[in-house]
Design a protein around this ligand. Structure first.
Ligand code: FAD
Length: 606
């Protein structure tokens, strides 16, 4: 294998920061604490995830140092859940959402310095309590109240009804000390000033603090974490525990003074960790997608079956297998490009995130988690029965992705927000439109971006013409264009991904060509989604459009000898996952593992 080329591809996948930000995280996953343990009940596996999270915290720089280096935070998001998907949730809520809120709004607030110290040293874990039972996607309408008492210079935190119980945040293990960031509605003299973060001790070594109730949520598959329903009964918290930062203050007369005038802008600033959080979620989703492809493709090279009219052959040699799995690889590279593009733009900003980058990050989170969900489910199926065993990991990534598509902004709602933004601004695709396909007999990544831009322009035109002639309520109007607008948003994201791949420069021509081949395959997958429209548009020759399947197969043949390079660029090896199907002698490893785990457990229970 060409080592050089693999390393260049690794630069593409990890945005040139593998050695700096990822390598040591991979190394610490080799510690015995991450060894698979069979037969744990859900509570035991949840407890183990907390233990493993403590280990990660002990081995790397402090949360505050991680927060000062967002690229490191993104790397941590990718690796924390790779061998224990629950560690992603614990670590990311603690580091990004909770510590991040202190980092953004309270480092100068001496009144919470002890809290910061406890969280930074992990003497306490930090849940983040925004969502309420009745307020998820509509979280801005949440009802938990922080009522200010000027005489006592404190707030009384209260849960007014069942719908306003804090929901999903991690409060169920009340024996673990926890200090939460609680999002609550600030009320001063009966007036509502909007939602702000408050620092609240939830539990200490003696259990839940007075006035707080935490009911563990019902069981869910795979992840044994302690999602809970948390309520506050008029608990008293000090003025300093309001993490107002540069958003607002309460003056000496007990009056609210807004440093940001607009209520919505104040809310978004209060929830400032959501934007880097969405890039963290995208990173974790890519980790699950890459690992699934790595494991499945290793298996495909060893698992033999009978080929028509010939000798036994590895399943990777079958073209239908290649078509599906190589499109999965193309999706991983394309979605890595999209995420890296968003990360680079996020890292380069100085100050607030503008609305365009906000939309790009929102879109990235939705597209990456959706595409990786499909990739992982497909990998599970392509491994046959082996795909269902936890030791082969893929089913656990399915569970991870089910959380990721919903948490930190549900995908459907996020993409609808992006769509609304696109149709309400003068959006035009940056790429040159490509509409004279008669001259070409094959697709290139460049022509594909032009074709996507062509479809985007068409959608923009159709949507604006429809809106001009529409008569009805605002909601009816939105419903009548929203699916087209969402499609437009997706095309924008796919195009940015392919353009980023095209523009990637490497000293290795071979690696650059490989990225172009993957971009081409991904592009064809995108074009196929709109094939009816392209045929109807008359802009391209029928022959060209009808050749898509053949071109996909041609690209698969081109990629087949490069599969090792493409998956080795993820930086993994068989011993990282210890999944039996990764090994050439999987029959022995699987049998040995079955004997040492299940058989032993059954013998013990008899
Ligand atoms: C594993 C996991 C961990 C979590 N951890 C935390 C945590 O630590 N802290 C925390 O505060 N929260 C947490 N959450 C909660 C998470 O943020 C919410 O689940 C999320 O915001 C969605 O809210 P909801 O579940 O109430 O969905 P709902 O708001 O009930 O939405 C359900 C569905 O309704 C539809 N819908 C809703 N609104 C619209 C709309 N405007 N347009 C179109 N369709 C719409 C969509 O199809 C959506 O999928 C976690 C969630 C999960 C899954």
């Amino acid at each position: 294998m060409d080592i050089q080329s693999k390393d260049f591809l690794k630069n593409f996948i990890y945005n040139n920061s593998f050695e700096k930000n990822h390598q040591d995280l991979l190394t610490l996953l080799r510690n015995e604490i991450f060894e698979r343990r069979e037969g744990l009940n859900l509570t035991q596996s949840g407890e183990l995830s907390y233990e493993r999270s403590r280990f990660i915290h002990k081995e790397i720089e402090s949360p505050l140092d991680v927060l000062a280096n967002p690229d490191r935070l993104f790397a941590l998001a990718e690796w924390a859940g790779l061998l224990d998907v629950s560690c992603f949730s614990i670590i990311m809520v603690h580091y990004n959402l909770t510590m991040g809120t202190f980092f953004d709004h309270a480092l100068k607030n001496k009144g919470v310095a002890d809290f910061v110290e406890e969280l930074d040293s992990l003497s306490s874990f930090g849940p983040y309590m925004a969502t309420e039972l009745g307020y998820g996607n509509n979280v801005a309408a949440l009802k938990t109240q922080a009522v200010y008492d000027h005489e006592e210079k404190c707030f009384y935190l209260n849960t007014p009804d069942q719908l306003s119980q804090k929901y999903m945040s991690y409060s169920g293990f009340s024996h673990i000390p926890k200090i939460a960031v609680v999002m609550a509605r600030l009320i001063i003299k009966d007036k509502d000033y909007g939602v702000f973060p408050f620092a609240v001790r939830i539990s200490d070594l003696d259990g839940l603090c007075e006035g707080i109730t935490a009911i563990p949520c019902p069981e869910k598959p795979v992840q044994g974490l302690d999602n809970g329903l948390t309520s506050f009964n008029h608990i008293k918290i000090s003025l300093n525990q309001a993490l107002f930062g540069e958003i607002a203050e309460i003056n000496e007369n007990g009056e609210f003074v807004a440093k940001i005038k607009n209520v919505r802008a104040r809310f978004l600033k209060s929830m400032s960790r959501i934007m880097p959080g969405r890039l963290c979620v995208s990173s974790a989703a890519l980790g699950g997608g890459k690992a699934s492809c790595y494991i499945a493709l290793k298996f495909a090279q060893h698992r033999l079956t009978n080929a028509p009219g010939g000798q036994d052959t590895a399943i990777i040699n079958f073209l239908p297998y290649q078509r599906e799995m190589f499109i999965n690889l193309a999706k991983i590279y394309a979605m890595s490009a999209l995420t890296n593009n968003g990360k680079s733009r996020f890292l380069s900003i100085d100050g607030d995130i503008d609305s365009e980058l906000t939309s790009q990050i929102n879109l990235t989170k939705a597209l990456v988690t959706w595409e990786m969900t499909d990739v992982i489910i497909s990998c599970r199926e392509r491994c046959g029965a082996q795909g269902i065993f936890s030791v082969n990991r893929i089913t656990e990534y399915i569970s991870l992705l089910q959380g990721l598509v919903t948490a930190e902004g549900d995908n459907q709602v996020l993409i609808a927000t992006v769509a609304a933004q696109l149709v309400n601004m003068e959006y035009t695709p940056g790429s040159q439109v490509y509409d004279n396909g008669d001259k070409y007999d094959s697709f290139t990544p460049e022509s594909i971006t032009g074709l996507i831009a062509l479809r985007e322009k068409n959608l923009i035109k159709e949507i604006s013409e429809h809106r001009l002639s529409f008569n009805g309520t605002f909601f009816d109007e939105w419903n009548s264009i929203s699916n087209d607008a969402i499609h437009l948003s997706k095309l924008w994201g796919y195009r940015v991904a392919i353009e980023t791949m095209i523009n990637w420069k490497s000293e290795s021509v071979e690696s650059q060509n490989l990225i172009k081949a993957l971009a081409n395959l991904f592009g064809l997958y995108v074009i196929q989604k709109d094939i009816g429209w392209y045929i109807d548009s008359g802009k391209l020759s029928k022959n060209l459009l009808m050749s898509i399947n053949k071109q996909m197969d041609g690209l698969c043949s081109e990629l087949l000898p490069k599969v090792d390079e493409i998956i080795e660029a993820f930086g993994y090896d068989e011993d990282l996952f210890k999944s039996p199907i990764c090994y050439p002698e999987y029959q022995r490893v699987f049998t040995d593992f079955a004997k040492s785990s299940r058989t032993k457990l059954l013998e013990e229970s008899l």
